[in-house]
Design a protein around this ligand. Structure first.
Ligand SMILES: *[C@@H]1O[C@H](CO)[C@@H](O)[C@H](O)[C@H]1NC(C)=O
Ligand SMILES: *[C@@H]1O[C@H](CO)[C@@H](O)[C@H](O)[C@H]1NC(C)=O
Ligand SMILES: *[C@@H]1O[C@H](CO)[C@@H](O)[C@H](O)[C@H]1NC(C)=O
Ligand SMILES: *[C@@H]1O[C@H](CO)[C@@H](O)[C@H](O)[C@H]1NC(C)=O
Ligand SMILES: *[C@@H]1O[C@H](CO)[C@@H](O)[C@H](O)[C@H]1NC(C)=O
Ligand SMILES: *[C@@H]1O[C@H](CO)[C@@H](O)[C@H](O)[C@H]1NC(C)=O
Ligand SMILES: *[C@@H]1O[C@H](CO)[C@@H](O)[C@H](O)[C@H]1NC(C)=O
Ligand SMILES: *[C@@H]1O[C@H](CO)[C@@H](O)[C@H](O)[C@H]1NC(C)=O
Length: 480
């Protein structure tokens, strides 16, 4: 919020060049220029663009039935020539724009009008096959190749995907049905996947019915994801909200997620492939997340965490009717680590478990994982947690011979459901401390004593991504 608010409201006179030759002036906020005002719009972004075009300039038709895959590909291909000339914006007008997968380019903004809906094609051939991720060694749904994501980017710099809450509808139903029936030969597409890229913004959009994960930045740095509403039926398979995966400096804030899987799932590769690739997720900030996830976690760390997960800060997290809070999932064979995790100010209502750590998650890519690759789980901090209508406070299962250590919980008040579990804390192979936690924690997390309130750690300094600012940009809806 601070960052949006502090964004410099630059009184820019945007110079817009439609298709590269039509030069137009767009003066925002000048009351006398009524026509300009009507055709211009403002948005907030990490960078503004000098050039713009509309997908309808490339033969696109937003009638819900015309396939616009070629229009999107041609538009972005054309706009890619401006990457070194101030960058470009592709405007998607009001309408229902059916499309298959298309690739983004650098110094580029995809802007959806508030009444624009991108409809993901249900035709498999509209999603080119791509290699599995190197840190996973295979697709998650099936061995071998995977369908490229609806919106896909690889090896890019400075990409913005935004809109005034425009919609991207993955039309996932058919994919879920095929997946459940075992009829897919390849891994389902995600809604948005950006790989090996830097300076990425995904904001102010509604994402619905993704075939699988919604937002997947992988091997990226400097990523901001904000103002997203992500909705999927709570029984839909693997419809995770946001999955930062082997990324450095990521900020996720002001998102509302209802999904059939984890709202946020932090990852970094799978067993021997993730260990060999060795790329952690680090310096991740999650703020003001609201989550409903009846069968999964509000924030999951893992289970794919073989490249390591470190320095995660989560604050002001609200969840309703969710299975667990910030959950650690790992297994023997995963290797890697989860360390320096800081969580504060969680408000939870109707939960199966507030705290859940799982050391025997299993789920291996193949049988070639290394049984001596033991994950290290260390320095996990939770404080200022209020929960109500909870079935069981904590289920903490480390790995025999490899305890999860440095767990700290302070100022935690858990109100129980009408028929709670008799055993509220079930702990094994974990070590740490607690202070001011009710109901009374297990003996492996001894209470530091009444009156000696010791707050668990939360870093005082800013994580680098907190300083990445957005500015107010202006662009144009239609060409004259
Ligand atoms: C998109 O990029 C990937 C590689 O990054 C490539 O394999 C694929 O062919 C591209 N798709 C199109 C439609 O150009
Ligand atoms: C990545 O992009 C840069 C600049 O556009 C290009 O020079 C390089 O060949 C690309 N690398 C790969 C692996 O595609
Ligand atoms: C965006 O649209 C969704 C779906 O209609 C709605 O629930 C949400 O409140 C909207 N967000 C904003 C900021 O207007
Ligand atoms: C999946 O693979 C099988 C065996 O190769 C083939 O018979 C089937 O047609 C394929 N299905 C699809 C949807 O491509
Ligand atoms: C984007 O959403 C944020 C809330 O997350 C809001 O503060 C901001 O005004 C929105 N920006 C635009 C350009 O709609
Ligand atoms: C408490 O949780 C149960 C499920 O465990 C749910 O059925 C019930 O509606 C919740 N009660 C309140 C007051 O939210
Ligand atoms: C305990 O947590 C609650 C809820 O976040 C907060 O309002 C309160 O200030 C905290 N108390 C202390 C002593 O930090
Ligand atoms: C406690 O957890 C252990 C595994 O860590 C499990 O075997 C046992 O059944 C659990 N006990 C209860 C009462 O849930």
């Amino acid at each position: 919020m601070e960052l949006w608010a502090s964004a410099r409201r630059s009184k820019v006179i945007g110079v817009i060049v439609g298709l590269g030759y039509l030069v137009l002036l767009c003066t925002i906020g000048v009351e006398s220029r009524k026509s300009s005002k009507r055709d211009c719009f403002e948005y907030e972004a990490i960078s503004c663009r000098a050039h713009s075009a509309s997908v309808s300039d490339f033969g696109g038709v937003g009638d819900g039935t015309t396939v616009n895959t070629q229009a999107f590909r041609a538009a972005i291909d054309h706009l890619s020539q401006f990457s070194s000339e101030g960058g470009s914006l592709l405007y998607v007008p009001p309408g229902r724009w059916l499309t298959g997968s298309f690739n983004l380019t650098s110094y580029f903004t995809l802007y959806l009008d508030k009444d624009a809906v991108l409809l993901g094609s249900q035709d498999e051939s509209e999603y080119p096959l791509i290699e599995p991720l190197p840190s996973y060694g295979r697709g998650r749904d099936a061995d071998g190749a995977r369908f490229s994501s609806l919106i896909f980017g690889n090896n890019l710099t400075d990409v913005v995907i935004t809109g005034a809450n425009g919609t991207i509808d993955g039309q996932g139903e058919l994919w879920w049905t095929k997946f459940r029936a075992g009829e897919l030969n390849y891994t389902r597409p995600y809604l948005i996947e950006i790989m090996f890229s830097t300076s990425i913004q995904i904001s102010n959009l509604t994402l619905i019915n993704s075939p699988s994960w919604n937002v997947h930045p992988v091997y990226c740095s400097n990523v901001v994801v904000q103002g997203l509403t992500i909705l999927a039926p709570v029984r839909s398979p693997n419809t995770d909200g946001i999955n930062p995966d082997s990324c450095t400096n990521t900020r996720i804030q002001d998102c509302y997620i209802v999904s059939g899987d984890d709202c946020v799932a932090v990852k970094s590769g799978w067993d021997e492939y993730g260990i060999a690739f060795g790329m952690p997720t680090k310096r991740l900030v999650i703020r003001r997340l609201t989550c409903i996830s009846p069968t999964s976690a509000v924030i999951a760390l893992g289970s794919e965490m073989s490249g390591g997960i470190e320095d995660v800060r989560a604050e002001d997290i609200t969840a309703i009717n969710s299975e667990s809070g910030v959950r650690i999932k790992t297994a023997v064979g995963r290797g890697g680590y989860v360390k320096d995790i800081y969580v504060r100010r969680m408000t939870l209502k109707t939960m199966k478990w507030v705290f859940w750590m799982t050391g025997n998650y299993g789920s291996h890519p193949d049988n070639n994982y290394d049984p001596s690759a033991i994950p290290m789980i260390q320095n996990i901090n939770y404080r200022d947690v209020v929960a109500e209508n909870v079935t069981m406070a904590a289920r903490l299962e480390g790995i025999p011979g490899d305890p999860f250590t440095g767990i700290c919980m302070s100022n935690v008040t858990i109100g129980l459901a009408q028929n709670p579990k008799k055993l509220q804390w079930n702990c094994s192979d974990v070590a740490g401390i607690t202070s001011e936690v009710t109901p009374k924690p297990c003996d492996l997390l001894p209470d530091q004593g009444q009156g000696k309130i010791r707050a668990c750690n939360y870093p005082e300094d800013n994580s680098p991504i907190e300083n990445m600012e957005v500015q107010t940009c202006s662009s144009i809806r239609n060409r004259w």
